[in-house]
Design a protein around this ligand. Structure first.
Ligand SMILES: CC(C)(COP(=O)(O)OP(=O)(O)OC[C@H]1O[C@@H](n2cnc3c(N)ncnc32)[C@H](O)[C@@H]1OP(=O)(O)O)[C@@H](O)C(=O)NCCC(=O)NCCS
Length: 161
């Protein structure tokens, strides 16, 4: 997950953020940071064969999508959409009425075409000097979503801590 996360930020967020912002962002990621989240979270990973090609992290109770990253070589092949659909289905099943997220500037169009509305500009604080501009977005639970479950052979749940 750390490798996918770092490579996705380096390759895919470069156009939307400065070199210093990307460098700081990647430097703050730690391999051990994925093993024990502070609080229970739902993490789904996408695998092609035995290779992890994407992951998403959700606080299902709050309906907060905390991370969605796809390996650069897999971008545009539907991995992100499949992960997002599966995470949304889990959030709706957990009773969330809304999905909320802070979208990176490069990902706003991706989320908009999947039903998310822009609420307002936001900031993700990395350090005292570096704050990332992002966009607070929200999607309402569709009327038909309750009880609906979608999965796929590409996706595997990871147990929480
Ligand atoms: C945003 C992200 C998760 C999307 O994942 P993805 O697997 O590329 O998503 P999909 O393949 O399902 O859809 C990507 C869209 O880009 C299009 N696309 C096609 N080729 C593409 C390419 N080479 N590069 C980017 N997008 C491409 C797809 O057709 C699709 O278009 P649509 O929105 O009109 O359907 C992924 O780009 C990523 O990890 N970005 C960097 C990290 C990031 O910003 N994450 C979000 C944090 S909030």
């Amino acid at each position: 997950m750390w490798s996918v996360h770092s490579r996705a930020v380096e390759a895919l967020c470069r156009g939307a953020y400065s070199a210093q912002e990307v460098r700081t962002w990647v430097e703050l990621l730690r391999p051990e940071g994925y093993l024990r989240p502070d609080l229970p979270r739902t993490v789904l990973v996408a695998e092609r064969g035995h290779t992890l090609v994407g992951f998403g992290q959700l606080d299902a109770m709050l309906g907060e999508l905390e991370a969605l990253y796809v390996a650069p070589e897999e971008v545009g092949t539907g991995v992100g959409s499949r992960l997002l659909e599966a995470l949304e289905a889990l959030a709706w099943r957990a009773g969330a009425r809304m999905m909320n997220l802070d979208a990176s500037l490069n990902a706003e169009t991706f989320y908009r075409s999947r039903g998310y509305l822009r609420l307002h500009a936001a900031r993700r604080i990395l350090t005292a000097e570096v704050q990332l501009s992002c966009v607070r977005m929200q999607k309402r639970r569709p009327a038909l979503a309750l009880g609906e479950g979608r999965g796929g052979g590409l996706l595997s749940p990871r147990p929480g801590p």
